[in-house]
Design a protein around this ligand. Structure first.
Ligand code: GLN
Length: 191
């Protein structure tokens, strides 16, 4: 049976592990290269992208994960996880994987509305609405030619996919709706 990892240094990893377990998936918290080598798919949670990125470098995960993504490991980054996947982070040289061809702007919704909830929808997903929980969320301000926008909020992409990489600027693990985790597992990872 396949094993789905959640990068578990900092941030919202517990809720992702619970969500995956609720879907009947075998899970592994990932904090080492050894654990990373065992998983068939990986979620990078929200949290503080600078902290998570620094710890990824310290534990040697940055290079090891980049190599696995290049050979097809399915990854799903939520919020800070999306920032860590991004090729470009506006105005920042912080450590990142840089594998996903998007530009993000951190904390882009401004201090006065650090967190908010809104319905996001897109015709590409049967016109279905998703309840998006945005917490100090980044905006995706550029998507590369190979990147598909799956969901938008106020005309900006909030769920995008490029090959084996999926990234959301919101937190699907914080609602009762498991469709986005199922999409990652079934459509991106084939689990
Ligand atoms: N603002 C955080 C960052 O820039 C991301 C917030 C989140 O993951 N909820 O890393």
């Amino acid at each position: 049976m396949s094993l789905t990892g959640v990068l578990s240094y900092q941030g919202g990893f517990e809720r992702h592990l619970e969500r995956l377990a609720g879907l009947g998936v075998r899970t592994l918290p990932v904090r080492s290269v050894e654990a990373l080598e065992r998983v068939d798919a990986l979620i990078i949670p929200g949290g503080e992208s600078t902290t998570i990125g620094m710890l990824m470098e310290r534990f040697g995960i940055m290079q090891a994960l980049l190599a696995r993504i290049a050979t097809g490991l399915p990854v799903f980054g939520t919020c800070a996880g999306a920032i860590l996947l991004a090729a470009d982070i506006e105005g920042s040289e912080q450590p990142r994987l840089g594998a996903l061809d998007i530009t993000v702007r951190r904390n882009a919704y401004g201090r006065q509305i650090e967190s908010f909830e809104a319905d996001v929808s897109d015709a590409a997903w049967n016109g279905a609405a998703f309840h998006g929980v945005f917490i100090r969320a980044p905006q995706i301000v550029r998507v590369g030619a190979g990147v598909r926008t799956i969901l938008r909020f106020e005309s900006l992409p909030v769920l995008v996919r490029e090959k084996n990489m999926l990234a959301a600027t919101f937190h699907p693990e914080l609602t009762g709706d498991d469709r986005i985790h199922r999409y990652f597992l079934e459509e991106v990872a084939g689990i």
